[in-house]
Each structure stands twice: as C-alpha cells, then as structure tokens.
Design a protein around this ligand. Sequence first.
Ligand code: AHR
Length: 533
Amino acid sequence: MFRSDPRGLAQTVGGRIEILLDEPLGTISPNIYGHFSENLSGVIYDGIWVGENSKVPNVAGIRKELVDEMRKISPPIVRFPGGCFADSYDWRDGIGPVDKRPRRTNFWNGGEKAGAPDAHRYDPNRFGTNEFVQFCRLIGAQPYLAANLRSLPAQEFNRWIEYCNSPAGSTTLADQRAAAGFRDSYNVQYWGVGNESWGCGGNFTPQEYAVEYRRFTAWAPSYRAGDLSFVASGPSDDGWNWTRGFLEEIVRKGKEQVRGIYGLALHYYAWNLSRGKTNDWEKGKGDAVNFDVVDWYELLRQGDVMESLIKGHWLVMGEFDPEHHIKLVVDEWGPWYKPGSELTPGDQIEQLPTLRDAVFSGLTLDTFNRHPDKVGIGCCAQLINCLNSLYLAHEDRFCVTPVGHVFQMYAAHQGGTSLRTKFSVPSIHYDRDGQTASFWGLQGSASLHEKQLVLTAVNPDVKNPVEAQIVIRGAKVKSGSASMMTSSDIHARNTFDQRTAISPSTAPLEIKEDAPVFRFPAASVAKLTMTLA
Ligand code: AHR
C-alpha cells in the first residue's frame, strides 16, 4: 500500500495564507452543507429506515445511530426522494395507513443484483413524506422535496405542496396529514421541479423543459408570502446549452419570469479517471479504493472543475438574470467510481470513501464557501450507502466515513461571512503518463463569525507537508486551535470492522509574532479556529 509520507522523503514546503478581513464575499448559506437521500438501493431501506420493530436501535423506525451522528454536523437541508427516482414517484403512495400503501417498482429496480432485499426493487412505500419530514426534524434539517415532472400532472405537484403546507384543519389533505399524526404544517420551502429533465427526468430539450417549468410553477398553493422556493432542473457539468436554452425560453415571456425561480440545479460528478483516454461513462471510471498517486491527483483535479462550473454557469445565468435573482443549487455532487468497493454486497452505486474523498469533499466545500453569492444550496450525493457517503450502514452495522468527518469539521463555516483568502504555496508537479502535470499546493476558504475566524484548507500533496504563515489583514489572533484529518496511507478508510481507522485529531495552533503558523500535513484536510483580539 502507498504511504503518503515515506520517512526521509518528505520535504516541508513553505507557504503563506493571507485572510482579507476587509474583503467580505457574502454570507455562507448553511444550506450549502446539505445532503441528498434518494430511494435508491440501500439509501432509504437499510440506511435511514430500519423500521420500528427492528432490533437495530431506532427512533420511530429511523436508524438512531444515524440521527445521533447527523446531529453533530448541523445538517441544514436534505433532498428527497431523488434523483431519477423522483420523476417516477407518486407521493400519494407514501402517505396514509401503512398497511394500505402500495408496492411499486422502484426506478432503480433494473440495477439491483440477485440477493438484494425486495425493498430495493419494489418500493414498499413505508418511508414516505411523513417519515422523511420526521427524519429531518430529528436531525434538525429542513426538507427539500423533488417533485415528479415527467410522469405526474402539475395538479399533483400542487397537491403535494398542499398536503405538506396547508394549515391544520384547512384542507382535506391537511386532515389526512393530521390523521397520520402530523397536525401542523410541514412548511416545506424548497421544491425541485423535476430532476435531470434532460435525461431520466423526461428527456426534454431545455426549451421544452422551460415550458413545463412555467406550467408547473404558474400557480402553487402558498400560505404566506415567500413560503415556496422552486429549484429548476439544471445542467450536468458544463452543459452551458442547457442553462442558456432554459433561461432563453423562460424570459421569452418577460424578464420578470426569472423571479419565479429560486435556483437552478447543477449536478456534477467526478468520474473520469482515464487520464484523457476515454469519455465512456463505464470505461472512464476509476476504483474507489485501489488507486495510485496519479489517480489521487486526477480525482482532485476533477473536483477542482467545480469552481469553473460555478463561474461559467453564473456568467450564462447573468445574460438573462443580470441581478442574479437565481442561485445555483448544486444538489448532486461527489466522486463516482466503478462498482466493487461496496461494504454491503449488492448495494447499487455504494462505494467506500477514503481519505482521497475526504480531501475532495473539503476542496468542494471550500469552493462553495468562496462563492457565497452564487451557491444557495449544495447537496452531497449521497448521505448514506451511496456514492460520496457520509455514513455506511447495513443492518446493525454502521460507520462514519472520512467524508462524514469533513462535514463535521466544516460545519463551523455555516452562516459565517466568507472572506477573500489568498494562498501562496508552490504548485505540485507529478508524472501523468509521461507528461508533467501540475496542481495547486494548498487551497481553502475562511469565514468570520464575530470574533471567531475559521480557516479550512486541503493539502493535496501526497508527500510533502506545507508550513504556512497565516496573515490576517486587519486583526491580530489572540488564540487558536486546529483539527486535521490525514493518514500515512492515502487509501485510509473506515469500515464496519474498523470504524475509527481515520478520524480528525486536534493540535495546538502556534502563534509567532501575532501570526499563526501551521503545518498542513501531506494529504490532509485541516480546520483552524482562531479568536481575534
Ligand atoms: O445520485 C445518483 C443519480 O445520479 C441520481 O438519481 C441522478 O439525478 C444522477 O444522475
């Protein structure tokens, strides 16, 4: 196995970080620290929902250990039920008496392997809107529901809103909600209007989708001003044509039409580790746990593309919405590897996150922090047992992945004022199939919360630590502390048998002549918390 810091080979790199207190970039919306839980394989059934009669400790059927862990990361928002699943889902199937709920063929049925539980193929609808909202309440998050635009009429979208939001006793649907034990309105603010409507969500052109979007949102039941925020299905990766085509059609009815859109969804998965050899979705993917140093850097390079996607789509959006009323909602992001690393055999698109994914996740969250004016919501894909999971679970077994630990470290940024921060650290060079490739040496973000300054950064260098002086323009540091996550093995990961193989550790923060100095270990994610004088 590759060791990231072979004794005697590492050289400490010098660097400087300058935090500009007088250059605020905006407030970091807590919602960019959001999550995504789709009814896909082991995410809901086994991951979140174990059932009230399970021997797995649970709160009203919801896995207790998950609830306890999530409370530590201050989850602001969770998206449900998809993903592609959303556009085949009838919300009515998941409400009402449990024994009367129908079983339906899950959108992901075709990908399930022999031996997978029936619930992954045939949705028992045991976990529906009420259970999801209850889960959100337990963890202190707000629900973000994705509506079915491909296979249900707009009327059903309206009725789902009515079921969730109409005041107690006001409508037949509010009475049905009360009959299930939920008298008060759920007040669901965020609603996705379809998902990936260019593909599984209807195979629309951007213009066709824009027409559908207008129809779906021309009226919706509202119970107080500003109680609904709609998220339009947006591009994947650099699909500029989708962003442009959609908005062009939206404003054909008038410039003010942009006011009916809270956000435009952007989905971005880092999947192509072929080093430029192919764009084939199957052949281009890499392995989650068996990778070399070049694969490590290639994945991080792919993660770094997020910044150009945010800036690029923002520019296109500005052509039609110069005041930038519409935000970017990055409601699916993360690495996507080929199958084979799943802890629960048969769990579709489950993968085993390593330190590499922790660094990737820190890098992505730092990117969001640097664009607080543009990114309104971010949802990591996905919460549990799927892709960039924060948690893995099967029956009574559970572990927090390195990605989950990063979310706990970065939660401190939520609601802070993002500050422009300059990182001056030499670039890394590595051999990419006979050619020299480069990547930045250290990158991160900073936020201010009254007198408390939070700096997070990732050091992508697999070998060398970076010792950086941290200069805070406009203030002195009184005291500080650090936490960091790293390992001598870049493949480090947690499993059901080794639940704490990798987790953050704390360190004192040295302050030399009013300026903190910190040694960012090789292959690490770090957080510094500083109290200003
Ligand atoms: O996250 C898995 C899938 O990836 C989602 O269902 C879909 O929206 C995306 O293509």
